[in-house]
Write a protein of this length. Structure first.
Length: 210
């Protein structure tokens, strides 16, 4: 299924013209006269991109971007605006926009920008799926396995973990084997890497500070 480009612009003739260009290039298109219209018909998790004007009646482009970052964080946003506002462009990029183009732009630049944005979106979706899967595996750990993982992340050796938990080193090795199997880690380094990706390293660091 082709990615859908969601064109949000209050200029009807402009959004129609851009829609025809993108449709002829093989994309699915959806047209909206305002940010409110997009929010009322918010797309699901299908691959796509929002092509967004900056100045519109009602919800501004930046305000819509902020809402989308909360409710559809994997949906990339590309601004295409007639207002050459450097400050707004910087604000949009800092807030996570994929790109910021000024009208008029060439068909080649627009198509390449959208293609690049969609490639990034595919990578983000894959990473999101991996992270969610890792979180589900982490949730499957028993309280004792999670405690062992916490101490591994802190850099403790099996002997030190056994002492801290009042058990044998052999038992700790068994817990470590089980938890690594559950979270899909093939090495100690990968175990720590997974914990880091899920924010466990930072959480432990914050908790350990005086």
């Amino acid at each position: 299924m082709s990615p859908t480009i969601h064109i949000v612009d209050d200029d009807r003739s402009f959004r129609t013209a851009v829609g025809r260009l993108l449709s002829a290039s093989g994309y699915g298109i959806a047209l909206y006269a305002s940010g409110e219209e997009l929010l009322a018909q918010l797309p699901g998790n299908a691959l796509g991109c929002v092509l967004l004007d900056l100045d519109m009646p009602g919800l501004s482009g930046l305000a819509l971007q902020e809402k989308l970052s909360e409710i559809a964080p994997l949906l990339p946003v590309v601004f295409l605006t007639g207002r050459g506002d450097i400050k707004a462009g910087v604000q949009a990029m800092k807030a996570g926009a994929d790109d910021f183009l000024e009208k008029p732009t060439t068909s080649e630049i627009l198509l390449e920008t959208i293609s690049r944005s969609l490639r990034r979106a595919v990578i983000r979706q894959a990473e999101f799926a991996r992270t969610n899967a890792a979180r589900a595996r982490l949730a499957s750990l028993t309280p004792r396995e999670f405690e062992v993982l916490r101490l591994i992340v802190c850099g403790k050796l099996n002997k030190q973990i056994a002492h801290a938990l009042g058990t044998s080193e052999r038992t700790i090795k068994a817990h470590r084997h089980n938890l690594m199997e559950k979270i899909g880690a093939r090495s100690l380094a990968e175990t720590v890497s997974i914990a880091e990706r899920l924010g466990l390293v930072e959480a432990i660091g914050d908790h350990s500070r005086p």
